[in-house]
Design a binder for this molecule. Structure first.
Ligand SMILES: Nc1ncnc2c1ncn2[C@@H]1O[C@H](COP(=O)(O)OP(=O)(O)O)[C@@H](O)[C@H]1O
Ligand SMILES: [Mg+2]
Length: 251
């Protein structure tokens, strides 16, 4: 939508579920931000999914940073992300007077994915139908997205929330992508935050295994966002302030 206000896509990492004060502060600051600019919120929920898989006696397995998602795992992923975590964000925002509307990447065929069968029911976004988000934004709602999508045949797929946030930011021509997580940014070999990373440096960071685990999809999502036209991209400390982001800028 051409005459939309400046748009920011913010992804709030599931890793922050162990930090309730950070979440509370984030929701309050987000409520202030949405008065000034258009925002789409994307959330993860890995640790909450792990808790419920364990309660239900379903083993968790990770392959190269992706959760291996069989049918039973997928059901839990969807219940936890779209049921519990998504509606907790919606409720928190409603209490701040924000008309948050929680949907998943499945709704209205929003996020179309290519299935990555080596990880089970896992997908990588290939297309985002932006109409639903544009409609919500222009009517004054804050879209809150859980990271599920469908393939072209309508099969439900688990999507990494960083990848989904990137795809949404690119498709909506967002000016900013903010990935909030449980570390102060991308850390170097000595544990120091790297203030600025150029996309050309990313392959080296991956090769030298400076960046591992859950930081891999994050940094790849940032690189893709920069290449595809998002001007401000940052991996920032979710325990910090939205007004004064601390973290790693990707250029
Ligand atoms: N170089 C790095 N700098 C910072 N964190 C890293 C790095 N390499 C791996 N990580 C890991 O990535 C994690 C963040 O990814 P993840 O656990 O998926 O969080 P989120 O739920 O926010 O997506 C950090 O907690 C850390 O363990
Ligand atoms: Mg993650």
């Amino acid at each position: 939508m051409k005459n939309r206000k400046k748009l920011t896509v913010i992804k709030f990492g599931g890793s922050l579920s162990k930090n309730p004060p950070a979440r509370k502060k984030f929701i309050a600051e987000l409520a202030a931000l949405v008065k000034k600019e258009a925002v789409v919120l994307v959330h993860g929920g890995g640790p909450e999914i792990n808790i419920w898989l364990e309660k239900l006696g379903i083993a968790s397995r990770f392959v190269k940073g992706f959760r291996f998602t069989d049918q039973a795992t997928l059901e839990v992923v969807e219940m936890v992300l779209s049921g519990k975590v998504n509606k907790e964000f919606v409720a928190g925002l409603l209490k701040q007077g924000v008309h948050a509307c929680g949907i998943s990447g499945k709704d209205a065929g929003l996020v179309v994915c290519k299935r990555l069968p080596q990880y089970g029911f896992v997908g990588e976004p290939v297309k985002v139908r932006t109409k639903l988000i544009d409609t919500l934004l222009s009517a004054g709602y804050l879209p809150v997205l859980s990271s599920l999508g469908c393939d072209a045949a309508g099969t439900t797929l688990n999507v990494n929330a960083d990848s989904l946030a990137m795809a949404v930011a690119v498709a909506l021509h967002a000016s900013r992508l903010i990935l909030l997580t449980d570390v102060p940014g991308v850390l170097d070999e000595h544990g120091r935050t790297i203030p600025l990373i150029h996309t050309c440096e990313i392959p080296g960071l991956l090769r030298r295994k400076v960046v591992t685990g859950g930081m891999i999809p994050k940094i790849k999502a940032c690189a893709a966002s920069v290449r595809r036209g998002v001007r401000e991209v940052i991996i920032a400390d979710g325990a910090g302030s939205l007004k004064q982001l601390n973290g790693t800028i990707i250029k």
